[in-house]
Design a protein around this ligand. Sequence first.
Ligand code: SAM
Length: 287
Amino acid sequence: MYEDGLRPLRDVISHFGLDAKKSLGQNFLTDLNLTGKIVRSAEGLGDTDLKDSIVYEVGPGPGALTRAILMNGAHRVVAVEMDPRCVEAQKEIQAAYPGKLNVIQGDALEMNELDLIGDTEGRPIKIIANLPYNVGTALLVKWLTTDQWLPWYSSLTLMFQKEVGERIVAAPRTKAYGRLSVLGQYRAKAKIMFDVPARAFIPPPKVTSCIVGLTPTPEQLETPQQKVLEKVVYAAFNQRRKMLRTSLKALGKDPLPYLAAAGIPQTCRAEELTVEDFCRLAHAYQG
Ligand code: SAM
């Protein structure tokens, strides 16, 4: 028994027969000290405290992170879980925290989060999740590409494979710098908080994981339309070894005039451009 009066996570996994499904990216955490550390790393991110916040969690699974979020005093949790077996396992947590945990069965990629969360009573929303690796980056891109400049959440605290985390926070002129770095950094500040070893999971994945903290940037940059930025970044990195004067031809119009308008040498390669350069370039392309 833990301080929340619930059974150990290993017992939850065996009691509910939660043998991990690879197709659902299931690697479960079982140590509440570790999940407590993850949750506390969300404290203060985006200038908001956990106890005042509503937490949106994707893939609560057997509940190691969910329990730590509730133990650390979140106002309430809204979680989306694809696997009905895990939804069933979450009922014990719901009983221990009446009215504080709402679990919806379904695909998080399809969800309108604000509809699920309902009335926030002016409280901030934090997203905290150990994401299924197969849809992790798609979810991140979904959350980073909201229509409003300031999104509906105050911070993101997310588990990724370390290699993905490194791509999100990468600086220009590094091997890891790419589409995810530009999308991650043009509207948010991104930081790797700490690594999580493979042995912390059941079953252990092949690689080390890490926790990435992202907070939306309040000041609006001189930004192009998001869709245009995505298109330009995609074309540039799709042929990352080629000079921009060649790789950008994929966008269908002569790149030389808009490269010149953005003040970017036509011989540059995608990885040499900063996030600000990409924004200028997309502006110039947009015309
Ligand atoms: N949070 C739990 C933990 O830390 O032990 C489980 C994390 S596990 C890496 C990912 C979870 O996401 C699994 O419970 C899986 O069933 C769920 N999942 C997978 N794809 C999903 C999707 N598209 N929408 C919602 N949940 C999904």
